[in-house]
Design a binder for this molecule. Structure first.
Ligand code: MG
Length: 386
């Protein structure tokens, strides 16, 4: 019997951020501002620690006390599958309090602890498949900013610059409310055409459109993307309607990817595959409840000869990419002409996902998830802890 988990703690701390959110929650570049982030830490009786950068709100005191601590205090930190399943079953009766995000942060912290304790990076503990992965550039949503992402030509110029810095593929997020006139599938298609024109025929391109188009709007836009030889078509409609995606995928040649944010983890993805609603599966540690369930989705896709493309960046998503072959890219972003993605906030000593001149991200070599946390800054800037 190994050491048992003795402590689970959330620390909320002040740091710096250079983004802002619009009224619908989309990220745009912004002036430097003070921001609050949070770190989840799990400690065992040997003093081993695992950490995960998290949303403090998802792991507010009532969630930690009501669910997480009840399951993990006194538990062996290496019993991740048991911990995950116990929390998963508590979720149903939690009245929406215990979210997939919350379970996912804990799962990532346990993987980090295991890696740190065993002296190995998580991507190797999961079953190392590659030590480097190509990155695609993922843009912010369209906006109304001068020299930003206001016009199709703005997207074209920006995509050209991204390819010049090494990115091997580019994904657009186009205009969403509250931008005036958005959403508009014709405007989306014009932006996609401008980007194809700018980067030439050989660069894989993807579109993540407005998520609430009707079937006919989504079909028309998909046909436009086919003409432009786009590589995948992401989330143009409400994902809860699997039938709509089957209807769309049946009529399009371009691969349809999904689901991304639909609830239900591996079960929902299995249904989408069984119904022919997607050609590429979407998976992400923050959407599906952590690394443990994300790997089940990766293997599910593999069993159907399908790629699973990873949603979003960060150390947890990088870890699963290092442990799979059936996914092409790391999603690096969100990027914008007025935003320096490579600026390192003061709670980190270095970023986990620097890109090299070939457009690749190296898997971290440090034990655990590989986040290079500046504990000195975190401890000196504590806002709250529980
Ligand atoms: Mg998406």
């Amino acid at each position: 019997m190994g050491a048992r988990i003795e402590q689970v703690e959330v620390r909320v701390f002040a740091t710096l951020d250079w983004t802002t959110k619009d009224s619908d929650g989309h990220t745009h570049p912004g002036p430097e501002r003070r921001a609050e982030h949070a770190l989840l830490t799990v400690r065992d009786g040997d003093g081993a620690e695992g950490h995960c950068l998290c949303s403090g709100e998802a792991l507010r005191p009532s969630v930690l006390d009501g669910f997480v601590r009840k399951v993990v205090i006194g538990e062996d930190p290496f019993m991740r599958e048991r911990v995950w399943n116990r929390l998963y079953r508590m979720q149903r009766g939690s009245g929406g309090q215990l979210t997939d995000r919350a379970i996912g942060y804990l799962d990532q912290a346990l993987w980090d602890l295991a890696g740190r304790k065993l002296g190995a990076p998580v991507w190797q503990l999961l079953g190392g498949a590659r030590s480097t992965v190509p990155a695609y550039a993922s843009t912010m949503c369209g906006d109304d900013i001068e020299g930003g992402l206001r016009t199709p030509e703005d997207y074209g110029r920006f995509a050209e610059a991204l390819v010049a810095t090494g990115y091997s593929a580019v994904k657009l997020h186009t205009w969403m409310p509250p931008v005036p006139g958005a959403p508009d599938p014709d405007m989306d298609a014009r932006a996609c055409a401008a980007v194809r024109e700018a980067v030439g025929p050989d660069v894989p391109l993807m579109l993540d459109a407005n998520h609430w188009y009707t079937r006919t709007q989504a079909l028309a836009l998909g046909r436009a993307l086919q003409q432009l030889d786009y590589y995948w078509y992401e989330e143009p409609m409400e994902e809860a309607s699997t039938s709509s995606y089957r209807w769309l995928a049946e009529q399009l040649e371009i691969p349809v990817i999904g689901p991304e944010t639909a609830f239900g983890r591996v079960h929902t993805r299995a249904e989408w595959i069984a119904q022919g609603a997607c050609d590429i599966v979407r998976v992400g540690v923050n959407d599906t409840g952590g690394i443990t369930p994300a790997m089940k989705i990766v293997h599910l896709a593999d069993a159907f000869n399908m790629d699973a493309e990873v949603h979003g960046g960060g150390s947890g998503n990088l870890a699963i990419l290092g442990a799979m072959e059936n996914g092409r890219w790391y999603e690096r972003g969100l990027l914008h002409p007025h935003f320096d993605y490579d600026a390192v906030p003061p709670h980190l000593n270095s970023a986990v996902d620097p890109i090299d001149e070939h457009g690749n991200v190296q898997m971290p070599e440090a034990p655990g998830l590989g986040d290079d946390l500046c504990f000195e800054h975190i401890e000196e800037n504590i806002v709250a802890r529980w």
